[in-house]
Write a protein that binds this ligand. Structure first.
Ligand code: GLU
Length: 416
């Protein structure tokens, strides 16, 4: 089984040589600046108290405050959070927003808790996090199994702690509490914008391109919705319970409605298909939008998509990357493809700090411009240096972070 943290470190090491990073710079970037591990006691409805584990890793603050989501899931581990925090550093650098990288997680089967237990768990975790977060230091956001509701509770705990409302401490809030227009759809929309720009660069449109989406949470649903509006046909979708295939195309709105009411996709119109087979369907674009490691050395050779757009963080292992590259499959990497979420988080933070709010049109326009510029930047490096898109994105991102560090630690410059 691949270790996600070792994979993240390997991806960094892969570009360190070409960037002529010194060994000390590589060592510095290879570990988070801080990792906090908390006990989180949560009173349950039955009168018992469960002690959960909460984690927050701050990988880098070199380019600005740490930024990244909070994930509430049973598979959360210290290694996973460290990897995700490092990926946030690169992601923020790729889209060139003034943030470093962070990530947090609560090890819990969150969906199995009652609504009151969920609130108590979130608030208890927030109280542990309070001394280590802040609008100028570390700004959490939604991730797997968390959304606007959880962000509101954390915002509330933090505001009580500092003694005044402080919306800029967290992003992905409800609009009523200073959330941004367009934040909920931003990650999925960003995936679609990057894919669209990639096809434009190759003088193609998304008209009738066949798309498979693995994972039908916030990111998968919005990616499917926006890609189908752009003219693509969604032929396969799946969630953790199983998938649906329809060669003539799936009605995305109806599928979202079905998933909302039934809590799953199986049973919806179309042919039922197991998750592993869904990834191997014949299609033009595959969007893995679930968890890490979905595409590994075990299934990479059977992937038939021409382009993979990583809606999830870390869905392709480095071994799988090598196989896909050999096969000529283009991987639009997570740190570019799913950066729309953190980009609109940045807009939200800017609006909170200015106490001035933008309309949806402005948010969409700015997101579009930033995603297209970042795609062009990465594409340029990929073409000029004949690199895979992942390698190109890493070259760009790691260089930006290392250049910032060198300003305050000239001794870490590798050219000496
Ligand atoms: N959790 C999202 C990500 O992985 C968003 C992070 C944020 O908005 O800070 O990019």
């Amino acid at each position: 089984m691949d270790n996600v943290w070792q994979n993240a470190q390997r991806q960094l090491a892969n570009v360190a040589k070409e960037l002529e990073l010194s060994d000390d710079m590589l060592a510095y970037l290879s570990e988070p600046e801080a990792v906090h591990i908390y006990t989180v006691p949560v009173p349950m409805d039955d009168g018992t108290t469960k002690v959960l584990t909460g984690i927050r890793a701050q990988h880098s603050l070199a380019r600005g405050p740490a930024k990244g989501g909070l994930r509430f899931h049973p598979s959360v581990s210290v290694d996973e959070v460290k990897a995700l925090s490092m990926w946030m550093t690169w992601k923020c650098a790729v889209v060139d927003i003034p943030y470093g990288g962070g990530k947090g997680g609560l090890v819990v089967d969150y969906k199995a808790l009652s609504p009151h237990e969920q609130e108590r768990a979130t608030r208890a975790f927030a109280r542990r996090l309070l001394p280590h977060i802040g609008p100028d230091f570390d700004i959490p956001a939604p991730d797997v199994c968390t959304g606007a509701r959880e962000m509101a509770w954390i915002y509330h705990e933090y505001s009580n702690y500092v003694g005044h409302p402080e919306p800029a401490v967290i992003t992905g809030k409800p609009i009523e509490l200073g959330g941004s227009q367009g934040r909920a759809d931003a990650t999925g929309r960003g995936v679609a914008l990057v894919v669209q720009r990639y096809f434009e660069m190759h003088d193609e449109t998304l008209e009738r391109k066949r798309v498979v989406v693995q994972g039908f949470g916030n990111v998968g649903q919005w990616a499917a919705r926006v890609l189908s509006k752009m003219g693509a046909i969604i032929v396969g979708v799946s969630d953790s319970r199983g998938g649906i295939y329809a060669s003539e195309g799936i009605n995305v709105e109806a599928a979202i409605e079905y998933k909302e009411s039934e809590g799953k996709l199986i049973g919806f119109t179309g042919e039922e298909i197991p998750n592993d087979e869904l990834l191997e369907l014949e299609c033009d674009i595959l969007v893995p939008a679930a968890l890490e490691g979905a595409i590994s050395k075990d299934n990479a050779k059977r992937i038939k998509a021409g382009v993979i757009a990583e809606g999830a963080n870390g869905p392709t292992t480095p071994d799988a990357d090598a196989i896909l590259e050999k096969k000529g499959v283009v991987v639009l990497p997570d740190i570019l493809a799913n950066a729309g979420g953190v980009t609109v988080s940045y807009f939200e933070w800017v609006q909170n700090r200015q106490r001035m709010y933008w309309n949806l049109h402005d948010v969409h326009q700015r997101l579009r411009d930033m995603m297209r510029d970042a795609t062009d930047d990465v594409g340029k490096v990929a073409t000029e240096q004949e690199l895979s898109w992942r390698r190109a994105a890493y070259m760009l991102a790691v260089k930006r972070v290392a250049d910032a560090i060198k300003m305050t630690h000239p001794d870490l410059d590798g050219h000496g």
